[in-house]
Design a protein around this ligand. Structure first.
Ligand code: SF4
Ligand code: SF4
Length: 128
């Protein structure tokens, strides 16, 4: 019988991190999430690439949050994101005393990027 403290495997799926610079507010993660727990609000802006060019429309994220009271950690949002804006982080989602406290806003999701493991080289042996 083991008496030691179990060590979680490395590269575990703890919580979800947002690399906001990569997010284009395409809404794919919002639509594909089976629990509707990705909250995204955005607005459109016209930008000029250069003087004389036609204005292009880009979406600007106003709010990005995940309700971890609903999330079942299926990873679909991470898989479907076409712009590599979502990642598994090793830190775990903290408990909350109220349902609202389980909603992680963009600041918390951005901060979780520091807990995203560096990708292993192709062919490297699994450590966890
Ligand atoms: S992990 Fe699954 S349930 Fe959680 S936010 Fe992503 S798609 Fe939704
Ligand atoms: S799928 Fe990716 S790029 Fe699109 S809204 Fe979600 S996080 Fe942003």
């Amino acid at each position: 019988m083991s008496t030691g403290t179990s060590v979680p495997p490395s590269r575990r799926h703890g919580t979800i991190a947002l690399l906001e610079e990569n997010c284009t507010a395409c809404m794919l993660c919002v639509r594909q999430c089976p629990d509707w727990c990705v909250i995204l609000e955005a607005h459109s802006e016209d930008v000029l690439a250069s003087a004389g060019s036609r204005a292009r429309t880009r979406h600007v994220v106003d709010r990005f949050a995940i309700d971890f009271g609903l999330c079942m950690y299926c990873g679909i949002c991470i898989e479907v994101c076409p712009f590599d804006a979502l990642f598994w982080a090793e830190s775990v989602t903290g408990p909350g005393s109220r349902m609202e406290s389980l909603v992680a806003e963009r600041e918390a999701l951005r901060a979780a990027m520091s807990q995203v493991p560096v990708p292993e080289p192709v062919g490297a042996p699994r450590t966890g």
